[in-house]
Design a protein around this ligand. Structure first.
Ligand code: HEM
Length: 188
């Protein structure tokens, strides 16, 4: 006589935990791009005391954002133990979080001016790449933020998303601030 063996409980199939964040991030990127193309640019200019104009102001704010992003990458490398011989101090997590928060806050007025006043423009290759990178930047940023609280992520997800945010920002800087400084000089 055969004794019936207990059947293994039906395994729950979870869709990968990063799929929804990636989907939401893609929708954000597409929505920004559609908005940038669909609305009529206002040409509205913001000015901050001390700067000659919106372009100069945005170029410097973007440079500040990039420097904070470098702090982000360096602190992440320390936290992941990727720098031999460097043991992260206790405040490294706080440095990572706060440099990220301030970098994001700095980027918002810049991108607001880009999207609202200028829109997404595709006529010149540099500006087209810039516009696409701008929408990608916020899309992948949203995906990363939505992934952060998840505990069941594969180890590569956050480094890949963080690396993509950083790479997009480097591209944004090259196609805007770097172009501005090399065209008009390093001027306020
Ligand atoms: C959200 C999507 C974005 C769109 C559609 C967009 C679009 C544009 C456009 C059309 C220009 C004018 C380029 C020119 O005629 O020279 C511009 C300028 C600029 N953008 Fe963006 N941008 C976006 C996001 C960003 C972000 C996230 C940053 C930085 C964090 C940024 C930084 C700048 C800077 C510094 C300039 C001034 C220098 C220049 O005129 O090239 N943009 N943007």
């Amino acid at each position: 006589m055969t004794i019936p063996q207990p059947q293994p409980a039906a395994q729950k199939t979870h869709a990968a935990p990063y799929l929804v964040p990636l989907l939401v991030g893609s929708l954000v990127a597409v929505a920004l791009g559609v908005y940038g193309r669909a609305h009529t640019p206002t040409g509205y200019a913001v000015g901050l005391a001390g700067f000659s104009g919106a372009q100069a102001m945005k170029s410097w704010l973007t440079t500040g954002t990039l420097l904070l992003a470098v702090v982000q990458v360096a602190s992440a490398l320390v936290m992941y133990g990727k720098i031999p011989g460097v043991r992260g101090p206790s405040w490294i997590g706080g440095l990572h979080r706060w440099s990220g928060r301030v970098a994001f806050l700095l980027s918002v007025p810049i991108a607001f001016h880009c999207l609202y006043a200028l829109g997404a423009q595709f006529d010149v290759p540099r500006v087209m790449i810039h516009s696409l990178l701008g929408t990608f930047f916020y899309g992948v940023f949203v995906a990363k933020m939505l992934c952060l609280p998840k505990r069941d992520l594969p180890g590569w997800v956050l480094p890949v998303l963080g690396g993509a945010v950083f790479t997009a920002l480097v591209g944004l800087w090259l196609t805007s601030s770097f172009w501005f400084f090399t065209t008009f000089g390093i001027t306020l």
